[in-house]
Design a protein. Sequence first.
Length: 286
Amino acid sequence: IASLSMDVVERRISSGYAKPPWIFKGSALYQIHLVKSATARAFIPKELRLVEAFGYTLGGFFLASYDDSPAGVFDELVVIAGTVWNPPTSCAWAARVLVNSDEACHHGRKEVGLPSQIARFSKKITAIPKRKSERAFGFLDTFGLGTTLSQPDDLVEVKVSEVDGSADICSIKVRSDEPSKMEKKLGKWMGPAIKMSLPSFSGNTKFFPNLLKYSCHLHTRVRPVRPAVVSHPLDNETEKNSEENHTSQELLENERRLSVAVMQSKPIIALQFKDLTMQVEAPLLV
């Protein structure tokens, strides 16, 4: 595995969307977690070398709400199992992609090699008392991300459930906040504008067995926020029955459990993206 080399074949994959690159606009929450290597390996092809240290890799999730895209308005939850080597750098690997758009699901499966599934996204907002400002992680100042965490005024709960079978997958509780008058006046509430690239591998699915590589280029305003709290309705039961999973339905539930385990792992940082413009390049066969 250490000597694995991957040559990218210059053959682009066609798409039902308009001509690439594909542009998505909206907002998102991006959380980076320490994920147990054993959990990540359940999703990642054996021929790929995991980037890990002391039994952990970097994963997390990307929860986005798009108000403009090739598929129109839709929500997306990308569960990132871990990070794999792609010398001289690395790429993310998506364990699961959940969307509430048939078109986006079809595109993800057939053209980008993603494990896309149709899901329902329901949102509930609960008002909570304001709290005094707290300092953020000191090292964030190095990147110009400010010195205080956003202070919550509302608790937004996003419930994600599968359309087929109506199984509840997870509940994500995110603290939203309202800017102070001074922050509005100074324009600091939105955070600094940054550009970043997220290279990823995909494929190895029943819809697209080949391995692909693609890149997402983001231009957004970013600021640190409190990590979201993720829960699963069957946390205890699935843990007890994990060793007895034999049927296809039980295997599917085990996959759900592992996906939630990724999202419930130790968060390192949570970033809120506002005024997000994401440009996705056409994937390349590896």
